[in-house]
Design a binder for this molecule. Sequence first.
Ligand SMILES: [Zn+2]
Length: 162
Amino acid sequence: MLDEPVAEVYGDHWSIAGGPGVPGAEAVNHADYLPGRNVLLSAKAAIWCRLRDVETLCFGTLKANPHPDSTAEFFRELEGVLNRALDGRLRIIRPYESLSKAEVIRRGADLPLHLTFSCNDPVGDRPCGVCIKCGERRNGFPRAAGFPDRTPYAAAGTDAPG
Ligand SMILES: [Zn+2]
């Protein structure tokens, strides 16, 4: 696990400050854009890979991701830049690029999905249950995946209906 401290860069952005500025579960899909997110995530990980002769870097980008740093073109160009900078042979893969959240959840039906984490505004070590990412997750479980969401959400009334 690599730490990615970004408070100095993002300042009082909702992703750092949390609270009322965090896009809620009903926000439009692009409301959770984090400027430069995938540049930040890839740079440190790519260097880690290069120093250990790891040649594949995986991103969990989903089909519905509307952000400019999540397109096939972006990742193709990023891969080129990283390989040029690191004199490497890194390959960036995105195995979920054609899948919805519900489809990914369905693939993991036999896994302890309640231990995974995708919240934008955690309460301690628990997902908030009300942010856009928790909303996407809650919607992915009961409607399309067909099995209960056992995620321990912090907000009352957001425990899985299933
Ligand atoms: Zn949340």
